[in-house]
Design a protein around this ligand. Structure first.
Ligand SMILES: C[S@@+](CC[C@H](N)C(=O)[O-])C[C@H]1O[C@@H](n2cnc3c(N)ncnc32)[C@H](O)[C@@H]1O
Length: 288
């Protein structure tokens, strides 16, 4: 899709209000300190965010479906980042289990019909406690633009004019509930949800865009933490280490199969060495 206008899109993205003065600063703020971290930039485009993270001391690998965008990212980043052509809708077989501390997915997930397969792959390639920072179209924006039922997950297309080149892009819009369900089903807990404001410079340089971005929702940002949800582990067909770990843990605490009735949660919490299981434990206690 982006092959049709890679250079024109990138030239605009570098300097416009929406990407340069609103979306990217919000991603960087939500990321916090990435110095020394292994970061996977999923849907890296021409590498503007990757470059900003490299400048802050991260080691960056980029995945991008469009060969033309990947080429631009390689031109920009040279040897400093490893950029691979890959489709996030497919298994990320080029990435080893537990090999990243952070995943960024900036304005890319809305190109996928199904979020869960990609998020499960994110879970697999992250270290325990690793984070995903992502931005996506705000569901109310897409709903206002395209109408129909807010609650449907459905495809829509827009034609953009970027630097004199016209291209049609196709997204999937979905309600907030569907996003959150996908995070939970893939083993992530939500740490932060942000509806940011553009940076102050935007008011001066692009007053009209600033007025729009400060009065209507445009993009929605999430910071997710990779949990080790035992529910997720037990239903994960891949038989990972985590699944084994969870299974052993559950065997210990529920001799007759009823976690809530039989487990001594205080004892479980004391004996747990795997910190992210504690997160699950706490939520189990709160519903017990
Ligand atoms: C709106 S651009 C954002 C690029 C970059 N993340 C940024 O913020 O500047 C979306 C990017 O996601 C890429 N993309 C779309 N679908 C993808 C997929 N299934 N797998 C990997 N990348 C994808 C597009 O080719 C495009 O480069």
């Amino acid at each position: 899709m982006y092959d049709q206008f890679a250079a024109a899109y990138t030239a605009d993205n570098e300097i416009n209000a929406t990407n340069a003065l609103y979306e990217r600063p919000a991603m960087l703020a939500l990321l916090g300190d990435v110095c020394g971290k292994n970061v996977l930039d999923a849907g890296c485009g021409a590498g503007a965010l990757a470059e900003a993270m490299l400048d802050r001391g991260a080691r960056v690998t980029g995945l991008e479906i469009s060969p033309a965008m990947a080429r631009l990212a390689r031109l920009r980043l040279g040897q400093h980042a490893n950029i691979m052509v890959a489709d996030l809708a497919q298994p990320l077989s080029m990435c080893a289990e537990g090999s990243f501390d952070v995943i960024t997915a900036s304005l890319v997930l809305h190109y996928l019909e199904h979020w869960e397969p990609a998020l499960r792959e994110f879970h697999r390639v992250l270290v325990p406690g690793g984070v995903v920072v992502l931005s996506t179209h705000h569901p109310t924006m897409d709903w206002q633009l395209t109408g129909g039922s807010y609650f449907e997950t459905r495809q829509h297309s827009e034609t953009w004019l970027k630097n004199g080149v016209q291209a049609t892009v196709t997204f999937w819009r979905r309600p907030l509930t569907a996003m959150i369900a996908a995070f939970r089903a893939s083993g992530f807990a939500i740490d932060q949800v942000v509806e940011p404001m553009p940076v102050a410079e935007c008011a001066e340089r692009f007053p009209e865009a600033y007025a729009g971005l400060t009065s209507s929702p445009r993009f929605l940002f999430f910071r997710l933490v990779r949990g080790s949800s035992f529910r997720h582990c037990l239903t994960d067909p891949r038989g990972s280490q985590e699944q084994l770990h969870c299974q052993r843990w559950l065997d210990r605490v529920r001799p007759n199969g009823d976690v809530r009735a039989k487990a001594d949660f205080a004892d479980i919490l004391r004996s747990l060495r795997w910190w992210s299981c504690q997160v699950e434990c706490r939520s189990a206690i709160s519903v017990a």
